[in-house]
Design a protein around this ligand. Structure first.
Ligand SMILES: Nc1ncnc2c1ncn2[C@@H]1O[C@H](COP(=O)(O)OP(=O)(O)OP(=O)(O)O)[C@@H](O)[C@H]1O
Ligand SMILES: [Mg+2]
Length: 291
């Protein structure tokens, strides 16, 4: 077995084999039947090579769309959605629907998978998020209560290991449970980072609707190929990294600090041949590194 050609061409496979890899994708990143089927095939390939994928998905754009259809206005602070009771209901409904589509695509590609909301079996245990401090329109500091939004406190990694070691790919959506048994909305990137840390996984990949961190959001050619956590802080302070990109880089920082070995961001369109990109290091996105 040692001399399999795949080992010759992809030395990284040895590090990934029998290791978890957390892949998170946003609502806009991989959508529609064709893209989902292609992604499902990649996951099937990972499984057949002995890599243990754990999937986490968001659904931000779809939740916003559904809210608009119901005449509601979506509001976010620092990339986090203000979540009142009705918004939470919509988020759960939309994420549940996306989750079923992903599981269906995976099953179609022959991948045993199981959709799991983060609240199930205490998978994502959370504390209600404290109100956040922001400047209001007049430049005064104000506190904003985000509502049913959670900070992840613990992840039941055992539950996930049972699944992956039984050949099942978990497909998680980030509605956690708080200490009173209530459901809370968690940013999907943040949830992925906590999951990746709890599994001490080899790699976390965040697939999104842009190719990675851009110095100019409107110019895909302004992609930053590699960036350190310290440099990212400057990018946030300089207003270059904003909105939904903020929790994404914070997620990479958290994962790296907690022992995840490697973190990448990748555009959905560039996620073609995802595994190959991971294996030969030819990924087209942004690699976030410690330092
Ligand atoms: N410097 C930057 N480089 C790239 N994207 C940026 C930057 N600053 C802000 N963004 C925004 O971040 C967005 C990605 O985050 P967003 O939360 O919208 O998507 P997601 O996390 O992939 O999906 P979901 O929230 O559904 O899980 C991009 O579409 C872009 O508008
Ligand atoms: Mg997001």
């Amino acid at each position: 077995m040692d001399k399999l050609p795949i080992k010759e061409s992809f030395p990284r496979l040895e590090e990934l084999r029998n290791n978890h890899i957390v892949i998170k994708f946003g609502g806009n990143a991989i959508s529609g039947e064709g893209e989902l089927q292609r992604f499902a095939k990649d996951v099937a390939m990972m499984r057949s090579l002995g890599v243990l994928p754990v999937l986490v998905h968001g659904g931000g754009p779809e939740i916003t769309r559904e809210m608009k259809l119901r005449g509601m206005e979506a509001r976010k602070v620092s990339g986090l959605r203000i979540t009142d009771t009705q918004t939470l209901e919509i988020a759960e409904y939309v994420l549940g629907r996306i989750n079923r589509e992903i599981v269906k695509a995976l099953k179609g590609a022959g991948v045993d998978s199981m959709g799991i909301p983060g609240y199930k079996g205490g998978l994502l245990h959370c504390k209600r998020k404290d109100p956040v401090l922001v400047y209001d329109e007049d430049g005064n500091l104000a506190t904003i209560d985000l509502g049913h939004v959670g900070d992840v406190e613990s992840v039941d990694a055992k539950q996930l290991r049972y699944m992956t070691l039984s050949g099942i790919v978990p497909v998680i959506y980030p509605i956690g449970i708080d200490y009173e048994g209530g459901h809370v909305n968690v940013n999907a990137d943040t949830a992925a980072a906590h999951i990746a840390a709890a599994l001490q996984c080899e790699e976390m990949i965040l697939i999104t609707d842009v190719p990675g961190i851009l110095t100019d959001v409107n110019d895909a050619a302004s992609l930053i190929k590699e960036v350190s956590i310290k440099q990212v802080e400057d990018l946030i302070e300089g207003g270059i990294v904003m909105g939904g990109m903020v929790p994404k880089v914070e997620a990479c920082r958290l994962a790296l600090e907690k022992g995840v070995r490697s973190t990448h961001m990748l555009g959905g369109k560039d996620a073609e041949h995802l595994l190959r990109q991971i294996l030969d290091g030819s990924h087209r996105g942004t690699k976030i590194v410690n330092g």
